[in-house]
Each structure stands twice: as structure tokens, then as C-alpha cells.
Unconditional design. Structure first.
Length: 765
């Protein structure tokens, strides 16, 4: 052992201590390390043979220094405050000098240079080694902390906008004792609680909010969407049951029915005296509504319709409110008159009476336990020749005359069908808004936890909040930016829907379909990342991310499967928003695309392709141009691909099938561009300077992160070169670092009450 007796005989041996300590503390010596150290030892002219032997003994992997020895070496080294020195050689020299009692250390220059050479060959970085000997150590990483550059209340006012009072009113309701969360042992208990919550909400007037005033409502559709979004900070089973009752069941009566139906049903629906269902989806025909097989056969003799399920796979499936509570349903069925099929229409059909007894001819099966949303009583419904009156056909767009003839103000079957469904597009607005609230909850929990949860740290320093780690920022900050992007995009979609003209119907439907897909995919991605970012704590039910994750998973197939919806968006883009959907006129499409290819593509400026300066990378115009270029190029490419296939003799249906992946990219690129446009507009119209700066930074992060995700495409197209995509990656890292400091304030601006977050990890200090 390099004990005090040996060191007192030759204090110069202390020069080796920093080397030995650094090599042995964390690692096993490699053959190269041993050879380098032996070479160093044998190069020292001042060493005696027995000292050389002793030093070489400490290079034997089978005779490692004991813990006591390592601690003794560290104590000796710490005594001389090594942080002020430049390298391990100097450190060793100063240590040797400290042991000489004021006498000069006599070591020749060539010997010291051998130490310096060995230090380089061993790859020992002095700064890192020196930290081991400090009592405390701070770094840029450990010093980073949350500090709001803006007032979160002002940011919340920007987010909540004109509905801030209604949002607060709903939050006040949800934070009452009656809405406390529960753990349920039985699914029956959960369903009963969710029904009770919905009754309280109905009593507060929230359910009928969008209905006309004469039926107990406020005639405020925007308010209804706001209520749904705010409720989604709470239990999502409650939200979906609320949406089924007042949105799907109630709005189908309002939008598809006429005055007689409004008078008969709306008040009781809004008060939840008449629980109901929206029975569209069938086992065999999920997204393909026009392929439904349930029939409604008109009987002219007694002025009734016979609602019938022809076989098991034509049952209405996954129908919310059906298994237990629904008393009536809006049923979509093919209208048959005198053997002629007049397409899908909607009818009010009884399911059970107020005592819960099933109506004659109605068979209902409980869907049972699900991955999530178990507070919603989903069921399968079959109709065995159930009779309903002529007045129970929802006849806003089509009806049967007193003479038994089919009549409609819309002559085209296609246009009538899509006009009918277009009135129900509100569901594709409510779902992504609900999903966004769930994502905001998950992000708030995960970011708060990451700001307080400490783990690891620099040598000689304390543990560091995991939110300070660059990779953790990379995981959460782009998602935080995207949540803000989606917020403004969904506000835009809602406004477009509420103010749309008749000519805009197809465009709004495609936009809603795309936003629904994009928004719910985002929620699924965000909540999974939040779960993982919280480690085992995120897996605990008490911290709510598991419930949020499970309950929103089905959102990607609610109101249409996301992949199918993105293809709907693509077809709309390819047909330049044709007035009649579903009938693809390829000649018109390709003429349009040829014209677009000639006029709309920006030239790829060689300077811009390679530009990497910060000003350019952060420029809004660069971001939007890149998004527009991608969208335009993908649309043209998809159209040209389909055109070639058709010209080569392939059926147009097969051609579209071959190009499905391409079509999904068309929809994705269009929605990304629309989202960015609305985020940039929100930034530009924000008045408060501090909030504007923070939003600008988030917008830049959203844009560059999206470009980064698509970097392969941009490189293939020659729109960017590798030097630029590398610079973008670096800038994304920097923006994540900067946004992290405002991250707590940015989640505080969501204004989610602590009672609704209800996750212990979100409140630990």
C-alpha cells in the first residue's frame, strides 16, 4: 500500500495518486491502460527499483486497491483543491510538493512530459477527473430551472379566449365534492357513477347548451364544444357518455329531424329524462356507412316502418348508452319503399321503457369490459321487425309522402347522403378537442414530475431534475409545443364549422376529418411518452396517466378510423374540393394537377437549400414554405401515380388502393400545413409581448421538429441538404432547452385545477 511511511521516504510518489485513483475508481484497467502506465513508470529516472515494483503491483487486475485505499487517496488529493489546476500531471506535482514540507520537488522536465503524454494516451479528461475531488460541483445542466418569462394567467386568457367564463364555470362544477374520483371494484358501480355525473351536468344546463332556447338550451354550439373540452380534464367515461347523450343522440335529432322531432324530444334529451343512443356502426360495416345492412321498410297501409336486422353481422355494434340506459336510438338504416332501396336514412327507434324493459323485437347484448371507458355502457343492438311510425323518420333531408313516395329536396343520392353526414361533423370536432385536454393533463403531470424528480448528477455535485436532461426535454418539449399548435388549430376548425357557408361543406368535412385523425394520433403519442417519461410512477393508477392513455386509445377509431379519415382528406385534396364527394373524376383531377405542377412549385434556391444560419432556421416564412412545398409535391406525386396506373389499364378503385400510403401522406401534409398556419397567425395576433415571445418559440419548435421528422423526404427531394437538416436538429435541441425554462408556466396556463389532475407526482416538491 502507498502508505504514509513510503510516501515520507519519497513524497514524489504522490504524483502517481491522481492517475491511479482516476483509473481505478470506476473502471477495470484494460491491457492498453496497463501497458501505458508501465511505460510511464519505467520512464521515470528518479524511481528506485523497489518503487517501480510497488507501483506495478497496483496495475495487477487481480489485486485491485481496496475501498479504504481509494478513500485515503481521494482525501489526500482533495486537500490541495484540484479545481484550480489544469491537468492530472499538475495535480500530482502539486500533491507531491505538498508532502515535501516546503522543499522543492526535484523531477526533471522530461519526466513530467512523460506524465503528460501518458495522460493523453489514457484519454483522461482533467476537468471530469477533478470533479471527483470537489466537495460541490455545479454545471449548466444542474443550474437550469423553471422561470416563467410571462404571466401564466395572461397566457391562459389567450388560450381560453371569449369562453373563459364558461370554462371557469365548468371547472367550478367539476371541482365540487360530488365529482371526486373513485376506484371501482365493479363495472356496474362505475357506470352508475358516470350516469349520476351526467345527470348533474344536465341539471346545470350543460347538456342542452347547443339546443335552441325554446328547448331549454343556449343556442351556443361553440359553448357546447368548450364544455366538452373542459369536461375532458375529468373522467373521460363521463365525457363520452355526455357526448353520446347530448352530442350524438341529441344533435342527430336536432340536425336530421324537423320541428315535430324537436318538440317531441329535445327538452327530455337535454334534461337526460330521455337517455338515447346513436346507432350507426354495424359489425360488417364500420366506416362504410353507405354499406349498412339494417333496413327500414315502409308499410304504406299503416304508415309505419319495419326496422330489421337481416343477420348477426348487421347488428349495431359498440353503441354507447345501449347496454343499460338508452331508451331510444337514432338508427341509420336503408330505406326500402316497394322493394326499391333509397339509401341510408335515420329513424327514431324505441329500445326500452323507463323501467328498463326491452321493447318488443329489440335484442341488446352488453359489449362488456373494454380497454378503457368502462363507465360507458356500450352494446350491440339487433332489431327483429320493430315497427315505428312514419313520423319517426328524421326527415330534414328526405321523407315519405302521404302517397308513399320518396321525396327529397336533394336529387342526388350522393349529395343527400354526404349532406346528411356533414351535419354530424361536430363529433369530429369534439373528439380531438377532448383528446387534446387529455394530452394537456398528461403533459402537465409529466412535466411537473420531471421538474421535481431528481436523478443522477455531475461528479461532486447533487442530483439533477430529470427535466434538465436534454433527452427528457427532447421527449416532452416538442409535445408541449404541438399541444399549443393543436389548440389554435382546433379553435380555427371550430370557427370554420360554425360559420361555414353551404359551398364550404366538403372542405370543412375534410378539414375536420384530418384534424380529428391528427389530433387523436397526437394524444396517443403524447400520453405514451408521458407514461414512459414518468417511469414506474406513470404506471401507477393513482397518477392518472394510465386512465388517460387507456380511455383515449379508442379516440383514434371513434368517429372514423384515422387512416381512413386521412384518405378522405386526400381524396378531397385531389379533387379540389369537388361539390359531390365519392365520384372521383380522374380527368378533372389530373388536368388540375398538371396545371398545379407548372405554377405552384417554388424554385429550390441552392443557397436556401444549404442555409444554416439561426435567423433563417427560425424564420416563420421558411417554415411555412417548407410545409407548403411538401404538401404540394406529395399531392402532385400521388395524383400522377394514380394517373399512370389508370392509364396503364388499372381500375381506378385498384389504383387508389395501390396508392393508399401515398394518400395518407397527402392528408398528413395538408393538416400539418393548416396547423402551422393557425399557430403562426395566433403568434402574430398576440398582443402581450412576453406571451408572444413564448408562443413564437413554441411555434418555431413545432415547425422545426415536424420538418426534422420529415427530413428523409426533404433530403430525397433535394429541398434541403444534409448540412441543413443537421443544423435543424441542433436548433430543435436548443429550442427544447429554452422552452424547458417556461415549461411549468406553459402547463400552468392550461388552467387545469389540481383536483382534476389528482396525480400525487404532479404536486411533490
Amino acid at each position: 500500500m502507498l502508505n504514509s511511511d513510503l510516501l515520507s521516504e519519497n513524497p514524489n510518489l504522490c504524483i502517481f495518486l491522481p492517475f491511479y485513483f482516476t483509473l481505478w475508481e470506476d473502471f477495470n484497467l484494460t491491457t492498453t491502460d496497463i501497458d501505458t502506465m508501465k511505460k510511464l513508470i519505467n520512464s521515470q529516472s528518479w524511481l528506485k527499483k523497489e518503487e517501480i515494483n510497488l507501483l506495478e503491483q497496483y496495475l495487477n487486475p487481480d489485486q485491485k486497491p481496496s475501498a479504504e485505499e481509494l478513500k485515503s487517496w481521494k482525501n489526500q488529493i482533495q486537500f490541495i483543491k484540484p479545481q484550480n489546476l489544469k491537468n492530472l500531471t499538475t495535480l500530482g506535482f502539486e500533491l507531491a510538493k505538498s508532502q515535501q514540507n516546503g522543499h522543492e520537488v526535484i523531477i526533471q522536465d522530461k519526466d513530467l512530459k512523460a506524465f503528460q503524454k501518458a495522460e493523453k494516451e489514457l484519454g483522461l479528461i482533467f476537468n471530469e477527473a477533478a470533479y471527483r475531488f470537489e466537495d460541490s460541483h455545479t454545471t449548466v445542466t444542474s443550474l437550469q430551472q423553471s422561470k416563467s418569462s410571462f404571466d401564466p394567467k395572461l397566457m391562459q386568457e389567450i388560450l381560453d379566449g371569449s369562453k373563459i367564463d364558461l370554462i371557469q364555470k365548468v371547472k367550478d362544477t367539476l371541482t365540487k365534492a360530488e365529482f371526486a374520483y373513485h376506484q371501482y371494484d365493479k363495472i356496474e358501480d362505475q357506470r352508475a357513477q358516470v350516469l349520476e355525473w351526467c345527470k348533474i351536468l344536465a341539471k346545470e344546463g350543460y347538456g342542452s347548451w347547443a339546443f335552441p332556447r325554446e328547448f331549454g338550451g343556449r343556442a351556443d354550439m361553440e359553448g357546447y364544444f368548450t364544455i366538452m373540452e373542459t369536461l375532458s380534464y375529468h373522467d373521460l367515461s363521463m365525457v363520452i357518455k355526455f357526448g353520446v347523450q347530448f352530442g350524438l343522440w341529441g344533435m342527430s335529432i336536432y340536425f336530421l329531424g324537423t320541428e315535430k322531432h324537436h318538440q317531441k324530444y329535445l327538452k327530455e334529451i337535454g334534461s337526460l329524462e330521455l337517455p338515447g343512443c346513436f346507432a350507426m356502426t354495424e359489425t360488417n360495416h364500420g366506416s362504410n356507412v353507405r354499406g349498412l345492412e339494417t333496413t327500414a321498410t315502409y308499410n304504406h297501409d299503416d304508415k309505419t316502418f319495419t326496422i330489421h336486422t337481416p343477420h348477426q353481422n348487421a347488428r349495431k355494434e359498440y353503441i354507447g348508452n345501449a347496454a343499460l340506459h338508452g331508451q331510444k336510438a337514432t338508427v341509420f338504416a336503408k330505406l326500402i319503399i316497394n322493394g326499391e332501396d333509397y339509401g341510408v336514412n335515420a329513424f327514431v327507434v324505441p329500445l326500452r321503457n323507463k323501467s328498463g324493459e326491452l321493447h318488443a323485437g329489440v335484442e341488446i347484448e352488453d359489449c362488456g369490459h373494454k380497454m378503457g371507458l368502462n363507465g360507458v355502457d356500450n352494446g350491440l343492438i339487433a332489431f327483429n321487425k320493430v315497427l315505428v311510425s312514419k313520423d319517426d323518420m328524421l326527415d330534414r333531408f328526405a321523407s315519405v309522402s302521404d302517397e308513399g313516395k320518396f321525396i327529397s329536396s336533394i336529387s342526388s343520392d350522393n349529395k343527400r347522403f354526404f349532406t346528411m353526414l356533414g351535419t354530424l361533423v361536430g363529433g369530429r370536432i369534439g373528439i380531438p378537442r377532448s383528446a387534446l385536454s387529455a394530452a394537456k393533463s398528461g403533459l402537465t403531470i409529466a412535466i411537473r414530475y420531471a421538474n421535481t424528480r431528481k436523478q443522477f448528477g455531475p461528479e461532486g455535485g447533487g442530483e439533477v431534475p430529470i427535466l434538465n436532461y436534454r433527452m427528457h426535454q427532447r421527449r416532452l418539449m416538442p409535445l408541449l409545443a404541438k399541444s399549443y399548435a393543436m389548440h389554435f388549430a382546433l379553435k380555427y376548425l371550430t370557427n370554420r364549422f360554425l360559420t361555414k357557408s353551404e359551398d364550404e361543406g366538403q372542405e370543412i368535412e375534410a378539414l375536420a376529418a384530418g384534424m380529428k385523425a391528427y389530433g387523436t394520433w397526437f394524444a396517443t403519442e403524447a400520453l405514451q411518452e408521458c407514461r414512459e417519461a414518468c417511469g414506474g410512477k406513470g404506471y401507477l393508477s393513482e397518477n392518472r396517466i394510465s386512465d388517460l392513455k387507456n380511455d383515449t386509445d379508442v379516440y383514434t377509431t371513434f368517429e372514423g378510423d384515422n387512416t381512413v379519415l386521412m384518405q378522405l382528406v386526400a381524396k378531397s385534396r385531389l379533387t379540389e374540393f369537388k361539390k359531390e364527394m365519392g365520384d372521383m373524376n380522374f380527368t378533372a383531377i389530373f388536368n388540375y394537377l398538371t396545371k398545379q405542377a407548372k405554377t405552384s412549385f417554388a424554385e429550390k434556391n441552392p443557397i436556401v437549400v444549404r442555409s444554416t444560419d439561426d435567423k433563417h432556421l427560425l424564420d416563420f416564412e421558411f417554415h411555412l414554405n417548407a410545409f407548403k412545398y411538401r404538401e404540394g409535391a406529395i399531392v402532385a406525386s400521388a395524383g400522377q401515380r394514380i394517373k399512370r396506373l389508370v392509364e396503364d389499364g388499372m381500375d381506378s378503385f385498384d389504383a387508389v388502393n395501390v396508392a393508399q400510403h401515398h394518400l395518407v401522406n397527402v392528408g398528413q401534409s395538408y393538416i400539418e400545413r393548416k396547423v402551422l398556419e393557425q399557430f403562426q397567425l395566433a403568434v402574430e395576433t398576440t398582443q402581450n409581448a412576453a406571451c408572444k415571445r413564448s408562443l413564437q418559440q413554441l411555434c418555431q419548435l413545432y415547425a422545426l421538429h415536424t420538418i426534422e421528422q420529415n427530413r428523409g423526404w426533404y433530403l430525397e427531394q433535394g429541398y434541403m441538404e444534409g448540412v441543413k437538416t443537421k443544423a435543424i436538429r441542433k436548433m430543435v435541441n436548443q429550442l427544447c432547452w429554452e422552452v424547458r425554462q417556461d415549461a411549468i408556466a406553459l402547463t400552468d396556463a392550461f388552467g387545469i385545477p389540481n383536483q382534476l389532475l389528482a396525480a400525487p407526482i404532479a404536486f411533490q416538491s
